[in-house]
Design a protein around this ligand. Structure first.
Ligand code: MUC
Ligand code: MG
Length: 392
């Protein structure tokens, strides 16, 4: 049965029978390991396989929803690890949610914030799975529950992060040739700034078709580095600089942004809505990277977009290298945003040698297609999942 958004609201708020059939019965958290196609380097970590937690939420009506809790290189990009996520979901969040109706998303979020401080990746995956199960119960997409789609696809960039300039030139050319990606994010900060700039120069010289260029320093530079190297980044026609300074250095970011000829993007500095407001109003950057692992839920991610914009920042669809499940969750929100001028970076599904879904996301003509429902629009492949589960 198909419903309009107005009917959904009516149904989930008034039909007591429906509400009780969406009571959460079981939450499972499984650690999944997928090898990457190549090493991926950041200023403070490096990995050649990706681990994440698959969260499965089963409702009283028997319908199951899925969500992905991402981490990067262990508890390194942020404080959560797959082991901590599994423990927090099992020991704290699940007991707080059993019996809570998925049809009451605000109550689901409130119970989670009472049960655990931060732990945003864990909470984001549970909320995703709960929305997926609720939307499937209504034969609707998660996007519809979040307000409805304003777009069917989102421009998507590719990240060059091996640190080997020849390999990166080949990779960029291949992405352009298949018309998957024409915008690129170059990870900096794991080599000296001089070596990073040589890499960038080579890419600009040898792949002139590259369109937009974003560099992500992942907090590795000092304010003095920024003063020294930003003019060179400008000469290399870099369009955006992501989080050059440590996340807690709001004053430094604001000073650099005030002098920078290139816009700065706020990433690790701002997780909570208060941090986003502070970063925006202090002028730490003019673009904000939206991430489920920072917001801790689909509703909070959608609110983060409003908060960032009202604090003076444009929006960029960030990721933590999620596979198709996590990317679909982000896209469910991104599809509803009135403005997303910087597109998104959900290249994660292509960074792994395999997937655990039957219907991997589609990239064509430099855009990532928003999957269609019901739910998130992606379905588990139980055989592939079995092969990818970390032995317990
Ligand atoms: C980050 O800091 O943006 C997202 C893409 C990527 O290459 O690294 C991640 C984390
Ligand atoms: Mg970043």
């Amino acid at each position: 049965m198909a419903y309009s958004t107005a009917e959904v609201v009516d149904t989930v708020t008034q039909d007591q029978d429906f509400i009780s059939r969406t009571a959460i019965r079981e939450i499972r958290a499984q650690i999944v390991t997928l090898p990457s196609i190549r090493a991926h380097r950041l200023s403070n970590t490096e990995f050649s396989k990706r681990e994440f937690v698959l969260v499965r939420v089963r409702l009283a009506n028997g319908i199951e929803g899925i969500g992905e809790a991402a981490v990067l290189g262990g508890p390194r990009w942020a404080e959560e690890s797959v082991e901590s996520i599994q423990a927090v979901v099992t020991r704290y969040l699940s007991p707080a949610l059993i019996g809570c109706p998925a049809a009451r998303p605000a109550e689901v979020a409130a119970r989670m914030s009472r049960a655990a401080f931060r732990n945003n990746s864990a909470k984001g995956a549970i909320e995703t799975a709960t929305f997926d199960a609720l939307a499937r119960s209504l034969d609707l997409s998660v996007t519809t529950l979040l307000g409805g789609a304003l777009r069917e696809s989102v421009p998507v960039l590719w990240a060059l992060a091996s640190g080997d300039a020849d390999q990166e030139v080949e990779e960029a050319r291949a992405k352009l040739a298949t018309r998957e990606h024409r915008d690129f994010k170059i990870k900096l900060g794991f080599a000296s700034p001089e070596a990073d700039l040589r890499r960038l120069q080579k890419l600009r010289d040898e792949v002139p078709e590259m369109r937009r260029l974003i560099v992500d320093v992942n907090q590795a530079w000092s304010e003095a580095d920024c003063r020294r190297y930003l003019p060179i980044l400008k000469e290399l026609q870099v369009d955006l600089i992501e989080q050059p300074l440590p996340g807690d250095d709001f004053e430094g970011m604001a000073r650099v942004a005030a002098q920078s000829p290139i816009p700065l993007m706020v990433d690790e500095a701002a997780f909570s809505h208060r941090e986003i407001t502070r970063a925006g109003t202090m002028g730490c950057g003019s673009v904000y990277s939206l991430k489920l692992v920072k917001s801790g839920g689909l509703m909070a991610l959608s609110q983060a977009a409003r908060v960032a914009e009202s604090s003076g920042m444009e929006l960029y669809g960030g990721c933590l290298l999620e596979g198709s499940i996590g990317a679909a969750a982000h896209l469910a929100v991104f599809a509803t945003l009135p403005r997303l001028p910087w597109g998104c970076e959900h290249f994660g599904p292509r960074l792994h040698v395999s997937e655990i879904v039957r219907d991997p996301l589609v990239i064509e003509d430099f855009h990532l297609r928003v999957p269609q429902g019901p739910g998130l629009g992606v379905h588990l492949d139980e055989d592939r999942l079995r092969d990818a589960l970390r032995p317990s």
